[in-house]
Design a protein around this ligand. Structure first.
Ligand SMILES: Nc1ncnc2c1ncn2[C@@H]1O[C@H](COP(=O)(O)OP(=O)(O)OP(=O)(O)O)[C@@H](O)[C@H]1O
Ligand SMILES: [Mg+2]
Length: 372
């Protein structure tokens, strides 16, 4: 395991009372987080959850209301942003319009009194790294959005920060360019060995790029883990819902052990699933979370495929053919509408139509019991 690069300990950020409000607004609530040296860490969450505020606290543009931030083990309190070993790429690039690309990239080095020749050499190198070696003398407005993005990136890496903070850096790009830049950013990060803290509200982007993801909601850090941990074993209903697609089948917990629980759905069927929530009690209303691709749909049958499988019966409400997959929306019990995805492999010929009575099955180990 690498060393801890950035450490947040009980970090709280409250903003002053504004007109019409009665309490201080808490944008970041008791954040505890270790980010490791050389890691690509994604901070993921919906708009307003506190991602930018967290980056600004690490960068030193904001001070925590309480708690501590350490970089390389050193407390950052009282250390101004320009003295921290950190650089930020802002979403709007913030390039100087009157300067050429080269001057934009050299600017920070010149402010640091790096000799002109050396600054120029380093700027050219950084522009090669972002694959923009032929635009040195152009002005930002003569570049496309994606190219301006790369200049902003070159300007940040030229100073060789130990930590690069990126706030939704690909937000303004179209999907194709975004995919290309995701790939390039990831290779660049590996090449440079810089720690990246990358803010995004795009779950797919976080899953594809990050070594680890921290999911935020309403100022709280809900879960931190590798992409597959976050996807396969979400700790809360919010995480399960925000990352990928999830079915929630509501029911009541009948009995449980430390790892597994039995849930009754509409007092008719029971299913067994892994305990996902921190704490559960028998009799409590819970949801069983199952991903659509983990379910199998078959013609009505009372026999589960194995003792490790759950089965429920339902009626097909809608069929969506989407080329690679067919998606069935199946009504289960009184209220749940469950989505099932079936990959359209050559061997898969069974198709169902609306109002067919079907059986859904899934392995116990892929379903998680979560609370509301
Ligand atoms: N200077 C400020 N004064 C008061 N409230 C603020 C201030 N800065 C941010 N906030 C509030 O703190 C919350 C978190 O804001 P933040 O910008 O960190 O969200 P975010 O997760 O980056 O959202 P987005 O995805 O929309 O950029 C928001 O409700 C915001 O209105
Ligand atoms: Mg933001």
């Amino acid at each position: 395991m690498n060393d801890i690069k950035v450490e947040l300990i009980d970090v709280v950020k409250e903003f002053p009372i504004q007109r019409g409000e009665t309490t201080r607004f808490r944008a970041v609530n008791n954040l505890n987080l270790d980010i490791y040296d050389g890691e690509f860490f994604a901070l993921l969450g919906p708009s307003g959850c506190g991602k930018t505020t967290t980056l600004r606290l690490i960068a030193g543009f904001e001070q925590p209301s309480s708690g501590q931030i350490l970089i390389d083990g050193k407390p950052m309190q009282g250390i101004p942003s320009f003295s921290r070993p950190v650089n930020t790429v802002f979403q709007d690039y913030a390039l100087f319009p009157h300067m050429s690309v080269l001057q934009n990239v050299m600017f920070g080095l010149q402010m640091d009194k790096v000799p002109r020749k050396e600054a120029e050499g380093r700027a050219v190198e950084a522009l090669e790294m972002v694959r923009l070696p032929n635009a040195l003398n152009r002005k930002p407005k003569e570049l496309s959005g994606g190219q301006q993005q790369r200049v902003a990136l070159a300007r940040a890496i030229v100073k060789r920060p130990k930590v690069l903070l990126l706030d939704e850096p690909l937000g303004a790009l179209d999907l194709k360019l975004r995919r290309e830049m995701q790939f390039e950013l990831k290779s660049m990060q590996q090449e440079l060995g810089i720690t990246f803290i990358f803010v995004t509200h795009d779950q797919e982007e976080a899953l594809t790029m990050a070594n680890r993801i921290g999911v935020m909601h309403d100022g709280n850090l809900l879960q931190v883990g590798r992409p597959e941990e976050i996807y396969e074993t979400p700790a809360t209903r919010f995480v399960a819902d925000f990352i990928g697609e999830t079915n929630f089948i509501d029911g009541k917990l009948v009995s449980h052990t430390a790892h597994e629980g039995v849930v009754s759905i509409d007092d008719e069927t029971t299913v067994t699933a892994m305990i996902g929530a921190d704490q559960v009690a028998n009799g409590q209303a819970v949801s069983v979370a199952v991903r659509p691709e983990k379910m199998t749909i078959t013609a009505y049958s009372d026999t589960p495929p194995s003792t490790e499988h759950n089965i429920v019966h339902g009626q097909v409400a809608q069929v969506f053919y989407i080329g690679t997959d067919t998606r069935y929306a199946v009504r289960v019990g009184k209220s749940a509408l469950v989505n099932v995805r079936v990959q359209n492999t050559a061997a898969h010929h069974t198709t169902f139509k609306e109002r067919d009575t079907v059986t859904l099955s899934w392995e116990r180990s892929v379903a998680r019991i979560l609370t509301h």
